[in-house]
Write a protein that binds this ligand. Structure first.
Ligand code: COA
Length: 161
């Protein structure tokens, strides 16, 4: 089941977020965060009318998705940037697809025109997921990020809604 996140989901969202930080290059942060940081993030998204959604299986939050501003400035209002993260032990079972489908649907209903995914160039799973939903590569930015001493290339993919 995909549904809007509530404040009581933030601990589970934080656990997934921290696991992605610690075990992948999908998030360009090195240090795990505490729940209060994610509560502030969640409240900021809601305050600006952006969705935070979760995938729930047997009462457990097993993944989440969100979109927000692509860049600062009202000229970018028709464009949103999203993220999808799934609990590591449940990846490859279609949960990411369901979350992404729901985000696309919500972006359409908000009359957004473009969705952007910013993906580490080595993240073949996420790139494959986005290709499957019609996203096309619009930029490849060598060495714009660094994690654990390694420079990383960022791929921007976009979908015209
Ligand atoms: C990326 C991520 C969200 C995908 O979610 P998921 O639940 O594992 O993916 P799903 O099972 O729903 O979808 C898999 C689809 O992605 C694509 N895909 C998955 N692995 C792939 C691979 N190695 N190569 C190419 N495409 C791949 C396929 O289209 C696949 O659909 P199919 O199984 O019908 O062929 C998840 O792996 C994850 O949370 N990874 C860590 C965090 C992360 O990278 N988040 C995205 C940041 S941009």
């Amino acid at each position: 089941m995909i549904r809007p996140a509530t404040a009581t989901d933030i601990a589970a969202i934080t656990a997934i977020y921290n696991d992605v930080i610690s075990t992948t290059n999908a998030i360009y942060r090195a240090d795990e965060v505490d729940v209060s940081e994610r509560i502030a993030w969640y409240e900021d998204k809601l305050a600006h009318g952006f969705p935070v959604i979760v995938a729930e299986q047997q009462g457990q939050v097993v993944g989440y998705g969100v979109f927000g501003s692509f860049r600062f400035g009202e000229g970018y209002n028709h464009t949103v940037e999203h993220s999808v993260h799934v609990a590591s032990h449940l990846r490859g079972q279609g949960i990411g697809k369901k979350i992404l489908e729901d985000l696309i649907d919500r972006a359409r209903r908000q009359n957004r025109l473009i969705m952007v995914a910013a993906i580490d160039s080595t993240n073949t799973q996420s790139i494959g997921l986005h290709v499957a939903y019609g996203f096309v590569e619009s930029a490849r930015m060598p060495r714009v990020a660094k994690k654990h001493g390694n420079f990383l290339d960022l791929v921007l993919m976009q979908l015209e809604l």
